[in-house]
Design a protein around this ligand. Structure first.
Ligand SMILES: Nc1nc2c(ncn2[C@@H]2O[C@H](COP(=O)(O)OP(=O)(O)OP(=O)(O)O)[C@@H](O)[C@H]2O)c(=O)[nH]1
Ligand SMILES: [Mg+2]
Length: 241
C-alpha cells in the first residue's frame, strides 16, 4: 500500500522491476537516472557483481510531480534475475505497490520469460498478494534486435499477457518505452490509491486523491517516448496523459 504522509503531503509508492536475468531491468533504471532532470531523480544505488549482474537490487527514487496537493515519489527497485537469487527476489517484491515485468524478447529467452512470470505469481501468492488486483505492466524489451533474434510483440503478448494488462515494446538501452512503462504503472498505482477501498481509514486517507482534478498526470518528458508502442490500452481508458 502506498504511504500517504498528510503532514508533509507526500505519497510514496514502491515499484518493482521484475523479470528474468539480463532482460534489461537495471538498464531501465539507468536510463531513467540519466534522462530525468536532476531535481526529479535521486542517486541510483546498484549492488552488482563485477560482471554487472544485479546482486541484491537496484534502487532509484524519482519524484513525478503532484496529485492534488500531494507530491508523488516512486521508489523504483529491480530484482536480481538470476535463478539462484529467488530469496532476494521475494524480499524485494514484498510490499510492492506495482510491478513492471521486463521480458527479454530474444528468441532463446522464451522459456525464461514464462518461468520468471510464473515465479513472480508464485511469490506473490506466497505473500498473500492477489496478482489479479496488483497493478502490473509488461515490457517487451530488446525490440531493437532483428526478427531473426527477437520474438515479435504479438507473440510475446499471446504468451505472457493473459491478464490483458498494459504492455509496451521497448529498447531500454535507447530509452524507447521506458517512460511509457513507468508512466503506465505509476498512474495505475495512483488510481488504485484514489479508489475507495471501503474502509473508513481508506476513505479518509484517500479522499484528497479522488476528485477529478486529481487525475494522476505524472511529470515525465513525453518526447523521449515518441517511438514507444503501447500495445494495449486495457486499463488506461479515460485517463489523462
Ligand atoms: N539490444 C538490447 N540490449 C539491451 C536492452 N536492454 C538491456 N540490454 C542489454 O542486456 C544486458 C543486460 O541488461 P541489464 O539491465 O543488466 O539486465 P538485468 O535484467 O538487470 O539483469 P540481472 O541484474 O542479471 O537480472 C546488458 O548488456 C544491456 O546492455 C535493449 O533494449 N536492447
Ligand atoms: Mg540488474
Amino acid at each position: 500500500m502506498p504511504i500517504v504522509d498528510h503532514a508533509i503531503r507526500l505519497i510514496t509508492c514502491k515499484l518493482v522491476y521484475y523479470g528474468p536475468g539480463r532482460s534489461g531491468k537495471t538498464t531501465n533504471l539507468t536510463y531513467l537516472h540519466s534522462a530525468l532532470p536532476s531535481g526529479q531523480v535521486g542517486t541510483l544505488t546498484s549492488l552488482a557483481t563485477r560482471r554487472d549482474r544485479t546482486l541484491f537490487f537496484d534502487y532509484l527514487p524519482v519524484d513525478l510531480g503532484t496529485v492534488g496537493a500531494y507530491k508523488v515519489r516512486f521508489q523504483l527497485y529491480t530484482v536480481p534475475g538470476q535463478p539462484y537469487y529467488k530469496a532476494i527476489r521475494q524480499l524485494v517484491l514484498q510490499g510492492a505497490d506495482g510491478v513492471a515485468f521486463v521480458a527479454d524478447s530474444q528468441r532463446h529467452r522464451w522459456d525464461d520469460n514464462i518461468e520468471s512470470l510464473q515465479d513472480m505469481h508464485a511469490s506473490l501468492a506466497e505473500h498473500g498478494v492477489d496478482a489479479r488486483v496488483l497493478p502490473i505492466v509488461l515490457q517487451y524489451n530488446k525490440q531493437d534486435l532483428p526478427p531473426s533474434l527477437a520474438v515479435n510483440v504479438a507473440d510475446l503478448s499471446a504468451a505472457l499477457n493473459f491478464r490483458g494488462v498494459p504492455e509496451f515494446a521497448a529498447d531500454a538501452l535507447n530509452g524507447v518505452g521506458v517512460f511509457g512503462t513507468l508512466r503506465s504503472i505509476g498512474r495505475t498505482v495512483l488510481r488504485r490509491l484514489g479508489a475507495d477501498d471501503g474502509t473508513p481509514a481508506g476513505r479518509r486517507a484517500n479522499a484528497a486523491l479522488r476528485t477529478p482534478a486529481c487525475t494522476p498526470a505524472l511529470e515525465l518528458p513525453a518526447h523521449h517516448d515518441t517511438n514507444a508502442v503501447e500495445v494495449h490500452h486495457a486499463h488506461e481508458a479515460g485517463v489523462a496523459a
